[in-house]
Write a protein that binds this ligand. Structure first.
Ligand SMILES: C[S@@+](CC[C@H](N)C(=O)[O-])C[C@H]1O[C@@H](n2cnc3c(N)ncnc32)[C@H](O)[C@@H]1O
Length: 252
């Protein structure tokens, strides 16, 4: 199986994620407020992609910057958030200690395929954050049992995207393949994009040990989409999608 990235097809990704970002904006606002971070706080989005959320957050008064490795995705990001995005690999980047908070959305963190890459990413984010500042991390923890495909549709103008995301095992027990199929119906013709990329599997106990050894402390765990409700009592043993509020323990 060859690996192809839908991030090289940024226009397809952008249409596939053309849904209203209200839920994510609310999630971030609630999670950051739980750490006393509010506008005009300065935020860093790790793996910012096309900067979908940045205009909404800057309109709300946050001072947001972001980075990504994909030139194609940054092409969109630079249009949406001029002067606020830069190219960097999450496994090796550095910023000044200038941020009041950071966030990383939609399982992007799992593109760091080794623990050392993931650890380097957290160390770099921590170095850019003030002591005690939060990192909000969305992550799908590994769940035993058959994978359930995620499907949705989006529409922008006359163009419509039907998206299917499913996972399958890799011979390496710590990795899995994420297969994406996007069917686009548009006035200029129909097309299909297929992409397969590896992501790291995080089992709850392994993630807990990893975070214990990181510069961050896990403060709050929510079931993803339920950030306005009661938090969970730690990482759920049966896995699934979570939103984590981590605090930088760095001493500055
Ligand atoms: C699921 S997208 C999320 C994009 C954006 N945060 C959003 O919410 O739409 C994952 C992003 O991670 C980026 N990415 C993957 N590996 C990376 C790495 N090692 N360093 C920086 N960016 C990376 C991809 O280019 C892609 O834009």
């Amino acid at each position: 199986m060859n690996s192809s990235s839908w991030y090289d097809e940024a226009h397809t990704y952008d249409l596939a994620f053309a849904f209203d970002p209200d839920r994510e904006i609310t999630m971030l606002t609630v999670a950051l407020a739980a750490a006393d971070v509010r506008p005009p706080a300065r935020l860093l989005e790790a793996m910012v992609g096309g900067a979908r959320l940045v205009p909404r957050l800057t309109s709300a008064g946050f001072d947001v910057f972001g980075f990504d490795m994909s030139q194609a995705m940054l092409g969109y990001a630079k249009q949406r958030a001029p002067g606020r995005v830069f190219r960097a690999d999450a496994a090796r980047f550095a910023t000044a200690r200038a941020f009041d908070g950071a966030y990383c959305l939609i399982d992007s963190f799992r593109y760091l395929l080794t623990e050392s890459a993931a650890s380097a990413c957290l160390t770099s984010i921590a170095a850019g954050l003030h002591p005690g500042a939060p990192l909000v991390l969305e992550l799908e923890l590994f769940s035993p049992g058959p994978p359930v495909p995620d499907t949705w549709t989006t529409q922008r103008g006359d163009a419509r995207a039907s998206v299917s995301v499913s996972s399958r095992a890799d011979p390496d027990d710590d990795l899995q393949w994420i297969d994406v199929v996007v069917n686009i119906n548009a006035p200029d013709g129909d097309r299909e994009l297929r992409s397969s990329q590896k992501q790291r599997i995080w089992r709850p106990d392994r993630l807990a040990a990893f975070l214990d050894a990181s510069p961050f402390t896990l403060e709050t765990t929510w079931r993803r989409t339920q950030e306005q409700g009661a938090p969970l009592d730690g990482l759920p043993r049966n896995g699934g999608p979570v939103t984590l509020l981590l605090r930088n323990g760095g001493d500055g």
